[in-house]
Each structure stands twice: as structure tokens, then as C-alpha cells.
Design a protein around this ligand. Structure first.
Ligand code: CMC
Length: 428
């Protein structure tokens, strides 16, 4: 008769153990009973970089990497990108279901009325050099924003938790856009409640002043879709950082600043910037063969390719490729697209990439769109961080409501020396 258990035989002791299986998973703590002798610590699992460790249960986002599937709360990403607004999707991710019309209107009003930054923030931003990296500034300004709300530290108070979730979702776009204005030596532009979240972001970035700002509908739609595609992606490096910092009951601004710092790196959200720098370095299609030689030899990575979870085409990359065409109708074609398309074609047909299941990821085409919209390369990761704020917060509040979670504190396998005798400095 089949049983949902795993039998383990420890050949050191010849003892057998039966461990329950739940959702194709065993609990690492069930291994602890496996000991050679009483008083031993017991067995652990060793998993650098969490290649095969689930650190939470979650109901937010499904990524089925083998089949190239991404769903938020059960809804396929392509349907959401095609039909919903970013704030509608933010509501879905945060509250678990798509809003009814009245719920959406209330939610939109709550967010849009909170988009303007308190006065302290522009002043803090002005203290940064204009050429400071916008992600460094985003990390700092997110943490700085938290200092204005002492009650944000009361993370176990659910009502206060939601107050700050809304505040962070609302101000995430403003934190990015205001700093852009500073970096360009331009005055700050306040949001306008009549515009959508994406439209407001464009206004705060690009409005030249004088009267209302009306975003180009194709550009607004593109930003809306890009924000939806980046809103959550389950337990990636940034989100895991959010949960880890949040597990110590730090306030959500500090935790989100930490998550943004994790996102900043070129192997994570920083890849969209790295892709553009790579395409600019290749410069011309004729230089692709030499570049690909350096990738095959392991000297370089093809940025925007590969993913820890997707071993198939990233569904977000497919949607973004299509959005790029729509944007280029308005902005004119970005010449780097030809290099990107050629790189993709070569990579998808070469053994090196096929064997390693390397496909374009979300970052491969997004930067080409941002550049065509006039967004500087150094801002690209901020474009990822702004909508990802929603996912970080959904995962953070899910973690705080999960009574199995405790402060994150992994173990180590200690291989260093022990009990060395202290040697006075003159004798070393
Ligand atoms: N170009 C060339 N070779 C690659 C690439 C790449 N982009 N990515 C992985 N490989 C090779 C790697 O060298 C290794 O080969 P071998 O088995 O011969 O040593 C094999 O593929 C497995 O790679 P890995 O580094 O063990 O895979 P990982 O799961 O640790 O890394 C990754 C995932 C995304 C960090 C990696 O694919 C990468 O560095 N990609 C480029 C950066 C990038 O585009 N990052 C954005 C990810 S999507 C947005 C996000 O969620 O943050």
C-alpha cells in the first residue's frame, strides 16, 4: 500500500526513519532526529543559495519554470497584462482576488491621494549628487521615508500594517520619479489624481510644466504592462530579503529598502541595465560572433538570459517583446533591438544554451523599451523596483500572518579551526 512517507536508512547506525511527505516536500526539521549517538546535534540539510529549499508556503504567485507559467493568485500573467490596470493587479496580489468596481475605485483613490512625497523627501534627495546611482538613492530614500512614520514599527498591528502597505505602494513610483528629476536638475512634479498609476509616473518623470499632462496612450499602456509583469515573482533574492528582514519585525520601509538593495545586483533586477550596457558594447550585429565566443568560453554572460526557475521561455519576456513593437511605433525603433533579436536567435539555436536551458528572461527586452522612452539606463532597475514593491509587501504581510514563521536564521556547517591558543602580537 502506498504511503506519503519517505524511508531513510542511516548506514552509519543501520537505523531506519520514516519521514512524512507533504506537497512533495519533507521538513528539514524531521531530519534532526537522525543521530549517531544521543547528544549529537542531528542531521541538517546543506543547501547553499537555497537551490532546493522552500522557506515558506505561499498563495501569492505561482512560477512553473519548466512550463514557462506565471500566475498571480491563480490568474495567468498574459491575461492580467492584456486586460488589467497595474493598481487592479496590485489589489489582486495584496488582497487575493480581483477587485469589484467599487473596491477598485476606493483602492485607486486611496493610492492616488497618497502618491505625493512628504516635504522631507525632496530635501533628502537634493543632498545626493546628481550622478548618484538611482538605485542607491531608491534604497536610501525608501528607508528614509520610513523614518517619518514611527508607527510603521508596529508591524503586528494589522491596521497599521495596511496603512503602510498602501503608503509604500503609493509612494514607490514617486520615489523613483522624483529622484530622476533631481538627477536631471529639474524641479519636482507632483502627481495628479486624475491620472492612472502609470500615467502619474510618466507625469512625475516627464511633465514639462504648464497645464495638465496627458500621457501618450501607447506609452502609458506599455508602462502599465511592464509594471504588471514585474509586480511579483515569488521567492526570488529580493523577496527573500524582504521576508528575512521582515522576520525580525523590522518596519516595512527598512525591509523594502533591503529588498531593493538585493534587487540592485546585476544577477537580479540589475540585469536590465547590464543588458543595455552589453548591447551598447556589442555595438553592431557584426560583433556578435566574437561576443558569443566569449560567452561560450565562460568569460562573459549573456545578460538577460537564464533563470534559476525558468527552464523555458520566460512568459514575461514574450509579452515584453510584443510591447516593444507597440512602443517603437510611437518612439521609433531602438537600433539595439536588431542586436538583441540576433543574439536571441543565435542563443536559441546553439547547443551551449539549449543544453543549459537558457532562454531570454524578463530583463532581455525591457531595457530596450525603457531606453526608447527616454529613461536613462541607470534608472532601469528602479523601473523594476517600483512595481515589485507590491510583491514585496504581499509576501511580507503573508509572512507575518504565518504562524509557522519565526526570525530567519539558517544554520552553517562549520569547517574552521577550533580552540586555538591566543598568541600575543609580538610573538606572531
Ligand atoms: N550566459 C551564459 N551562460 C549562462 C548564463 C548566461 N546568462 N546563465 C547561466 N549560464 C550557464 C552557467 O555558466 C552554468 O554553466 P555551467 O553548467 O557550464 O557551469 C549554467 O548556465 C547554470 O548557471 P548557474 O549560474 O548555475 O544558474 P543560476 O540558477 O545560479 O543563475 C542567473 C541564474 C539568472 C543568475 C543566471 O542565469 C545569470 O547570471 N543570468 C544573467 C543575469 C540575468 O539576466 N539575471 C536576471 C534574471 S531574471 C530577473 C530576476 O528575477 O531577477
Amino acid at each position: 500500500m502506498s504511503k506519503d512517507t519517505l524511508s531513510i536508512r542511516d548506514n552509519r547506525t543501520e537505523k531506519e526513519y520514516e519521514i512524512p511527505i507533504w506537497e512533495d516536500t519533507i521538513r528539514a526539521m524531521d531530519l534532526r532526529q537522525i543521530k549517531v549517538k544521543d547528544g549529537d546535534f542531528g542531521m541538517m540539510s546543506y543547501d547553499p543559495a537555497f537551490l532546493n529549499t522552500a522557506n515558506t508556503k505561499s498563495t501569492v504567485t505561482l512560477v512553473d519554470g519548466g512550463n514557462g507559467i506565471l500566475q498571480y493568485r491563480g490568474y495567468p500573467i498574459a491575461d492580467l497584462a492584456e486586460n488589467a490596470s497595474f493598481l487592479e493587479v496590485a489589489y489582486l496580489i495584496l488582497f487575493g482576488e480581483l477587485p469589484k468596481a467599487g473596491e477598485l475605485a476606493k483602492w485607486e483613490a486611496e493610492i492616488k491621494t497618497q502618491m505625493a512625497l512628504p516635504e522631507a523627501l525632496p530635501n533628502i534627495m537634493k543632498a545626493f549628487p546628481k550622478d548618484a546611482h538611482p538605485m542607491g538613492a531608491f534604497v536610501s530614500n525608501t528607508a528614509a521615508l520610513g523614518t517619518l512614520y514611527p508607527d510603521a514599527r508596529e508591524v503586528l498591528d494589522e491596521e497599521l500594517r495596511w496603512k503602510h502597505i498602501k503608503n509604500l505602494v503609493a509612494k514607490s513610483a514617486s520615489l523613483g520619479a522624483y529622484f530622476y528629476r533631481h538627477s536631471q536638475g529639474l524641479g519636482f512634479v507632483d502627481p495628479d489624481e486624475k491620472l492612472s498609476y502609470a500615467g502619474n509616473f510618466l507625469r512625475m518623470m516627464f511633465h514639462e510644466g504648464g497645464g495638465d499632462y496627458t500621457p501618450d496612450p501607447a506609452v502609458e499602456r506599455a508602462i502599465n504592462i511592464l509594471f504588471i509583469l514585474h509586480a511579483d515573482h515569488e521567492q526570488n533574492c529580493g523577496t527573500t530579503t524582504m521576508r528575512t528582514i521582515g522576520s525580525s519585525q523590522a518596519d516595512p520601509y527598512s525591509a523594502a529598502a533591503g529588498a531593493a538593495a538585493a534587487l540592485y545586483g546585476p544577477l537580479h533586477g540589475g540585469a536590465n541595465e547590464a543588458v543595455l550596457r552589453m548591447l551598447a558594447e556589442i555595438e553592431d550585429v557584426s560583433n556578435i560572433p566574437a561576443f558569443m565566443d566569449s560567452v561560450r568560453s565562460g568569460d562573459k554572460r549573456l545578460m538577460g538570459f537564464g533563470h534559476r526557475v525558468y527552464k523555458n521561455y520566460d512568459p514575461r519576456a514574450k509579452i515584453i517583446k510584443k510591447v516593444a513593437e507597440d512602443v517603437f511605433k510611437v518612439t521609433g525603433r531602438n537600433p539595439l533591438l536588431d542586436i538583441a533579436l540576433e543574439l536571441e536567435q543565435i542563443a536559441l539555436s546553439e547547443d551551449y544554451f539549449i543544453e543549459r536551458k537558457l532562454y531570454p528572461n524578463v530583463d532581455f527586452y525591457s531595457g530596450i523599451i525603457y531606453q526608447a522612452l527616454g529613461i536613462p539606463v541607470s534608472m532601469f532597475t528602479v523601473m523594476f523596483a517600483i512595481p515589485r514593491m507590491v510583491g514585496w509587501l504581499a509576501q511580507w504581510t503573508e509572512m507575518l500572518g504565518d504562524n509557522e514563521q519565526k526570525i530567519a536564521r539558517p544554520r552553517q556547517v562549520f569547517l574552521g579551526p577550533v580552540d586555538k591558543k591566543f598568541v600575543p602580537i609580538e610573538e606572531r
